[in-house]
Design a protein around this ligand. Structure first.
Ligand code: AFD
Ligand code: MN
Ligand code: MN
Length: 438
């Protein structure tokens, strides 16, 4: 398939809007950047190294996070929001234009079904967007579907229902191949609401048997990402409830199967950064769904509730990357929903939080930390992390964005472009008031 160059004329934010907004902020930005460079140099860190590392960070966008939705109870449609996968890609491309951090979108089927995937791939490329992991959906029924997933999908007691779920995953692989994706993410809602409803061991056996059939059809350069979740929609037990079951399944399936960690899918107060370290140590950390939460699977913007946890997760990721010596490639993606914000603005905020956590993890003085740990100097070891976390790294983020053609202040620039208001004039307004199920 031919490579389609980015077409500047189709991008959502005109170049001059970005340039003008950057010019407005430039003097202050350069002064702040210089101050940070001096501050980091004092610790022996070259800010240019940090910026160039940050410029190679890539985080996928969730197609299902481009529209309003996100609570289980109601959806409040937003004028100018996307109606189909093409319009979602247009909006993803705006986030990429302004941040340079998000060059791929993760699609979700059947929500993103369309006729021609060659055309979709070219549309993506023209908008500067590639395709990240494909997400299958066997956690809800579709109109016209033969067999219901009410009592499960890949682990269902009935083999025909399981086969229908397997076939859907195979269709996802087929679509993903056409788009240039390299992974399939499987999250299922299977589980039970009442003790006695299902047998823990039988359901996991059936799940594994189904996933083996999917795994067998996975292209060699693909990964199968298993996403665990402790509860919801199954409220008593879920089949893939935690990272333990996830890694057991990934090990049972083979090398191409790995675990995906969604930050919102754990019990309260679980030490997620430690899970990250464990999965990485055993070569099974395949991917991430970044978001934030106060109580459960809240799908809030990254860094909005617990930025220290996000930093500690990146601290483990950076340390795993160093240990792996080139053999490290988990897919970083976002998974969030928006009920009260413009999705693009929320994703811009998440992009900043993720990039910020990464940079702060990069500036941790790891050698000093090892020394403090060896000496059992607890306060200094802890402060070593705190010092990095408390450093204001925003000027480094802005520089990385600008060098990729983006904005010093992405949200201000997005607002200056009136993108959403202009889309409200041309896009169909769909007053679908259903519950936002993600
Ligand atoms: C649901 C799940 C999970 C998944 C997402 C997209 O909780 O996070 O990644 O849907 O399928 O929110
Ligand atoms: Mn997720
Ligand atoms: Mn979730």
């Amino acid at each position: 398939m031919g490579y389609v160059a980015i077409d500047q004329t189709v991008l959502g934010i005109p170049r001059d809007v970005i340039d003008k907004d950057n010019a407005r902020l430039m003097d202050a930005h350069l002064a702040d950047y210089e101050a940070l460079a001096v501050r980091l140099a004092r610790s022996g860190i070259d800010i240019e190294d940090i910026v160039s590392k940050l410029m190679s960070l890539e985080v996928g966008l969730p197609s299902w996070g481009m529209t309003s939705g996100g609570t289980r109870f109601a959806r409040f449609p937003l004028a100018g929001e996307p109606n189909d996968v093409y319009e979602k890609i247009e909006d993803c491309s705006v986030v990429q234009q302004l941040t340079g951090l998000t060059p791929r979108v993760s699609l979700h089927f059947p929500w993103d079904l369309t006729e021609d995937y060659v055309a979709l791939r070219q549309f993506g490329e023209a908008h500067g967007m590639g395709f990240d992991a494909i997400n299958s959906n066997t956690f809800q029924d579709q109109v016209g579907q033969k067999r219901s997933y009410k009592f499960g999908s890949l682990s269902h007691a009935n083999p025909q229902t399981r086969q229908q779920a397997i076939d859907h995953n195979l269709q996802c692989i087929d679509i993903g191949r056409q788009l240039g994706s390299k992974a399939l993410t499987v999250w299922i809602g299977d589980g039970s609401n009442f003790p006695g409803q299902c047998e823990f061991t039988d359901t996991l056996e059936r799940y594994l048997e189904s996933l083996r059939a999917v795994y067998a059809e996975l292209p060699n350069d693909w990964r199968l990402l298993i996403e665990h979740k402790m509860y919801e929609p199954a409220l008593y037990s879920t089949v893939i409830q935690d990272w333990g079951t996830s890694i057991l399944c990934a090990q049972a399936l083979g090398d191409k199967a790995q675990c995906l960690v969604d930050l919102g899918h754990h019990g309260p107060n679980v030490n997620i950064e430690m899970i990250v370290a464990r999965l990485a140590q055993f070569g099974k950390l395949g991917g991430f769904h970044f978001n934030d939460s106060k109580y459960g699977d809240d799908d809030l913007d990254s860094g909005s509730i617990n930025p220290f946890q996000l930093f500690l997760v990146f601290n483990e990721l950076v340390s795993a990357e160093r240990r792996a010596k080139g053999n490290y490639n988990p897919s970083y993606m976002m998974d969030q929903s928006h009920n009260v914000t413009d999705p693009i603005e929320s994703l811009l905020n998440s992009a900043r939080a993720i990039a910020g956590a990464y940079v702060k993890a990069l500036i941790v003085d790891r050698e000093a930390l090892k020394g403090y740990q060896a000496d059992n100097d607890v306060i200094m070891a802890h402060n070593c992390l705190r010092l990095a976390f408390e450093t204001d790294v925003r000027p480094a983020l802005a520089t990385a964005r600008m060098r990729k053609g983006g904005a010093i202040d992405p949200i201000a620039c997005y607002r200056a472009s009136s993108y959403r208001a202009l889309k409200a004039e041309t896009r169909v307004f769909n007053p679908n008031l259903g519950g936002g199920i993600v």
